[in-house]
Design a protein around this ligand. Structure first.
Ligand code: WTA
Length: 692
């Protein structure tokens, strides 16, 4: 990503302020920007003319209204959804200022609705029941399936009825641990239909991580499958769930039912380990249930789901989203950021185990009545052309993915792309980490044949939906910039003292005022919610990201400024990896930092001190990595273990990660002042062991 970082560095040293307003005005007045701005890529007139937001002027008009009159702006949009009872007189109420009391965000309070109804029944009732909701593509080419909106509704109802039968009521938690079978979004929708709170755990998490989440939210039911084949590997999910359920039961949290989908393509039913009384096959019970199920009508502020995510300290936290605001926000961001039209076929490569799969595989697209491709497999299996084969097969018109995938396919060469037509593509999207300009250009020129605008969407688990994103027909794009805020969003860049900086600048990215999709709390820990997100810079929501704004007002995300690492777009807390490492009996201490990685964006680099007398060995290195895989999941395995006889600490015992980051990235002449260390000689020892 170095070209991106260089770009950002040069941005941040330019004098501030100059030019921004005049350039924006130039755009708004329809003048073309100065031609020396060769990095500016304009949407084609044919694209803009059909776009929902065809020009910067139109954007500015809508954006200004959304800021001046959020209540009016959002209630107009919300009126397009079905509400059994309209919300109360106050469209929203908020306090984002910790100095004024507890943080509180509410949207459409008093409004009674149901998101599953709005995703499914609404479309079926308006005559669109025969439209395809899901095209499913299995791991093996040639294995596929589809469901129309009516069929999806029946499947969801059957599962919802089953869940009610086993005692799931409004407000109960259900954990879903499934791969990308259609049963995954079906399970999410079945929960929301009956007011249950789903918590999807990405099926790459280990038994230990799953157990932690089970113990935190205490579900009565866990939904899983016996196994899945991903790429050429078979993963035995049920074994992982068994281990997690045993561990949580030992800790006093017993789960009544483990509903298991028999995925016979990957594993025979007979070979699956079974606990009578607790385990039950999905296929034995769900299809026998009625295919109609009454809706549980809920308040806009009733919880919809919990999704655990990593922070800079401590255990993963349960980000809680509620119903009404999330519904309105995910649907609206989906529609505008991808310039969605009813004829589109949309494919997002994210897994429903992450927020992208919640907001932009399941809810956002279905709320719009879209046709969605759900892909079970790995994007490079059986070869690097798989994605484009799928694009051609289903005539995908909107393709949304992560920079890490773009970079890994880019390395395989253009021939894998070019042997497919891809002419159905219209809009491309990127999410998860900053996209470096060279990957952006390849995505744009090669994948999109220089025709398709790219929506580089910046957002987070916490934000529910996009906060900064291009609107593809409106803005000229700059490769690597997420461009401008979505409607209703007021991003601000602050300095270390929390003072807002105007114009051209770089600093910490915060948001002023709430938006409907914002998370409302951390499950069971509102205090942690307030301290983590609202205390660093009082008056604002702090994202944890760094950002610069250029002279034209474009936003450039520069990555996390806290101790969170972003590996292939997956958020991993350094503290979690450290705590996994130190649980190894031979590890005395560990410090983890992120380093630049060509494909993954960031890699995990761990400094490890061993217990006195234990010798370094290759075997031990492997066993430390296995420990992390077992405790968190394979995606969190360190790329590098660096033996550390000592760690650089201040006299008060704080590890100086700044120095570790420099050692990890071999920037040895930029170590800075080491004189405040308790023992400066540890730095030389570490450097000496760099390649050990
Ligand atoms: C990063 C994923 C730059 C960012 C939706 C954020 C991005 C974290 C972008 C959230 C983007 C996500 N450009 N950085 N377009 N999108 N990020 O919660 O550091 O898994 O804070 O949500 O990913 O990760 P999360």
């Amino acid at each position: 990503t170095s070209d991106h970082l260089r770009h950002v560095d040069s941005m941040s040293i330019l004098p501030s302020g100059a030019g921004r307003i005049s350039k924006l005005n130039a755009l708004i007045l329809g003048d073309s920007l100065a031609s020396e701005e060769d990095d500016l890529i304009f949407p084609s007139p044919s694209f803009s003319s059909q776009a929902l937001v065809p020009s910067p002027q139109k954007y500015m008009e809508m954006y200004s209204r959304s800021i001046k009159d959020p209540a009016g702006f959002w209630s107009d949009i919300a009126s397009d959804f079905y509400w059994k009872t309209r919300w109360g007189p106050q469209v929203y109420s908020e306090n984002l200022d910790i100095r004024k009391g507890n943080i509180k965000i509410e949207w459409f309070k008093g409004g009674i609705t149901n998101i599953c109804y709005n995703c499914l029944d609404r479309h079926v009732e308006s005559g669109n029941g025969d439209k395809v909701a899901f095209f499913w593509e299995g791991n093996e080419p040639g294995f596929d399936a589809m469901l129309t909106y009516s069929q999806l509704l029946s499947r969801v109802c059957q599962l919802a009825n089953y869940l009610k039968d086993v005692g799931i009521c409004k407000g109960d938690a259900v954990i879903i641990y499934l791969p990308m079978l259609m049963e995954l979004p079906i399970a999410m929708l079945a929960c929301s239909r009956i007011g249950a709170v789903h918590s999807v755990v990405f099926a790459g998490f280990s038994a230990e991580s799953l157990a932690q989440r089970i113990m935190d939210c205490k579900p009565k039911v866990v939904i899983t499958c016996n196994a899945v084949q991903r790429g050429s590997k078979i993963i035995y999910l049920k074994d992982i769930v068994d281990a997690a359920l045993t561990e949580s039961a030992e800790n006093g949290v017993a789960v009544d039912v483990c509903l298991t989908y028999a995925n016979e393509l990957a594993m025979k039913k007979e070979s699956t380990k079974w606990k009578e009384g607790r385990d039950i096959w999905w296929q034995d019970v769900v299809p026998n249930h009625p295919s109609a199920c009454d809706i549980e009508w809920v308040d806009a502020e009733d919880p919809l789901f919990l999704l655990y995510t990593s922070g800079s300290t401590g255990k993963p936290k349960g980000v809680l989203h509620t119903t009404g605001g999330y519904m309105v926000y995910t649907a609206t961001t989906f529609k505008y950021a991808f310039d969605y039209k009813p004829s589109d076929v949309y494919w997002c490569t994210a897994d429903c185990g992450w927020i992208t799969g919640h907001s932009y595989v399941t809810y956002g697209p279905l709320l719009n009545g879209a046709t969605v491709v759900v892909f079970e497999g790995a994007p490079n299996y059986p070869n690097a052309g798989r994605c484009w084969e799928i694009v051609d097969k289903f005539k995908v018109s909107i393709f949304y993915t992560a920079p890490t995938l773009v970079r890994s396919l880019m390395r395989e060469g253009d021939q894998h792309v070019k042997r497919y037509s891809r002419k159905s593509l219209r809009v491309l999207g990127s999410v998860g980490e900053p996209i470096n300009p060279s990957a952006w250009r390849w995505f744009f020129n090669v994948v999109g044949d220089s025709r398709c605008p790219i929506s580089d969407t910046w957002w987070q688990t916490e934000t529910g939906g996009f906060l900064i994103t291009p609107l593809p027909g409106a803005w000229p794009q700059k490769p690597g910039s997420a461009t401008f805020p979505f409607f209703g969003v007021q991003p601000v860049i602050v300095d270390e003292k929390g003072v807002e900086i105007e114009g051209e600048c770089s600093g910490y990215l915060c948001v002023k005022a709430s938006w409907p999709g914002a998370f409302r709390t951390l499950y069971g820990d509102h205090e942690r919610y307030e301290t983590t997100y609202f205390s660093a810079f009082p008056g604002y929501y702090f994202s944890g990201d760094g950002c610069s704004r250029d002279k034209d007002g474009y936003h450039w995300l520069t990555g996390r400024v806290d101790d969170v690492i972003n590996v292939s777009g997956h958020r991993i807390g350094t503290a979690e990896v450290e705590s996994a490492l130190v649980s190894h009996p031979q590890c005395a201490e560990a410090a983890v930092v992120g380093v630049e990685h060509e494909v993954k964006g960031q890699g995990i680099y761990a400094f490890v001190s061993l217990v006195e007398g234990v010798p370094y060995s290759e075997e031990l290195r492997k066993s430390l990595i296995t420990t992390v895989r077992n405790q968190i999941g394979a995606f969190a395995a360190p790329d590098k273990i660096h033996w550390a006889p000592g760690l650089p600490k201040t006299r008060s015992g704080k590890i100086m990660r700044r120095i570790l980051r420099k050692i990890a990235s071999r920037q040895l002449n930029e170590l800075g002042d080491t004189s405040t260390l308790a023992d400066p000689s540890v730095v030389d020892q570490l450097i000496a062991l760099s390649d050990a």
